[in-house]
Unconditional design. Structure first.
Length: 342
């Protein structure tokens, strides 16, 4: 190449480096989670499309469910604190936890990584987290895209998006119409902030010095609930579910309840974890906390009262569901029985 000759590499895009990343992903993919009954075709990473064989899945009246999400400005803190190996778990969790709300078993996952300049070491760490999230979810990373976009993203900046697909039998779909008067609302604990509210978290961090312990807490990856919840769905133990993300507990629960039914919620029963108490101490109102953060509840189940005891047996000690309310029939959407106890 002549000294002054223009090239794609000189403009900021390194195709050779991207190809090395594709080879790395392909190697990891072949070692990935144990195959499910439906499985991806071999050696598909790097192709134009990804294939997944569902012909031998024994599901009557199968319905495909799809979700897409990102991890928001938590990425900025991952960059700031140079912690890249868990943000991929967040990405998978945000998608997979949405899939199981409708009763779907995750089958496969695709990712989109956009960068200003491709850093192979950083990208490999991000992918390590994505593969770990897929392993926890028992799904497979079967494809994706890495886009190097100089001038669109600053040199060290990046963004992530995830796409997950699952499958559910038509009779197993979790829908609003399943909810009945007298059903119990169960809260499954979160393990931290998960992946919502980070614009407010970042704003607070700009004004406060924090310890390494708190940094670790802030970047703790989102809990994936698929293993436990899918067991409950298989046994027909739940009526509906809600993934508690942006908008908080109330807004997300309302998405899973029919009109003319009321959420009766005792906020005083919520087991608030330490990180939220720390955030609350930074002059945030109760209402803002409830609308921005999960406050210790990562996922909710709406279940017949007779199933409550059975359901609790499927969860590890730190994530046992507990009652925070019940469903009644009324035109009032929400009835708050008590306020949060800080």
């Amino acid at each position: 190449m002549k000294k002054n000759e223009n090239s794609y590499k000189k403009s900021g895009v390194n195709i050779s480096l991207a190809n090395k990343l594709v080879k790395h992903i392909s190697k990891l993919s072949n070692k990935d989670v144990k195959k499910t009954k439906g499985s991806p075709k071999k050696d598909i990473i790097g192709g134009f499309g990804s294939l997944f064989d569902i012909s031998n899945l024994k599901i009557k009246d199968p319905v495909i469910v799809s979700c897409t999400d990102g991890v928001g400005t938590k990425i900025d803190l991952a960059n700031k604190y140079k912690k890249f190996d868990t943000i991929g778990i967040d990405l998978v969790a945000m998608c997979v936890n949405d899939l199981i709300v409708q009763g779907a078993k995750p089958l496969f996952f695709l990712d989109y990584i956009a960068v200003g300049k491709l850093d192979l070491k950083k990208a490999k760490k991000i992918l390590k987290g994505i593969f770990k999230g897929c392993k926890i979810s028992e799904c497979k990373l079967i494809g994706g895209e890495t886009a190097e976009m100089p001038d669109i993203y600053a040199k060290d900046k990046f963004d992530l998006a995830g796409f997950s697909v699952g499958i559910v039998s038509k009779k197993k779909i979790l829908e609003k119409k399943n909810v009945k008067k007298g059903d119990i609302i169960l809260a499954i604990p979160s393990n931290g902030i998960h992946s919502n509210g980070y614009s407010l978290v970042r704003s607070i961090l700009k004004k406060n010095k924090i310890s390494n312990k708190l940094k670790k807490e802030i970047l703790k990856p989102t809990k994936i609930y698929s293993k436990e919840v899918l067991k409950l769905i298989d046994r027909n133990l739940i009526s509906a579910a809600a993934h508690i993300t942006g908008g908080g507990l109330i807004e997300n629960l309302l998405r899973s309840v029919p009109k003319n039914f009321t959420l009766n919620i005792d906020l005083s029963k919520i087991k608030i974890i330490k990180i939220f108490k720390w955030l609350k101490s930074k002059n945030i109102s109760n209402q803002e906390m409830m609308r921005t953060f999960n406050c210790g509840v990562g996922f909710c189940l709406i279940v017949p009262k007779k199933n409550v005891f059975k359901i609790k047996k499927f969860f590890p000690h730190n994530f046992i569901p507990y009652e925070i309310g019940y469903i009644s029939k009324n035109n009032k959407k929400v009835n708050l029985l008590n306020q949060l106890k800080w």
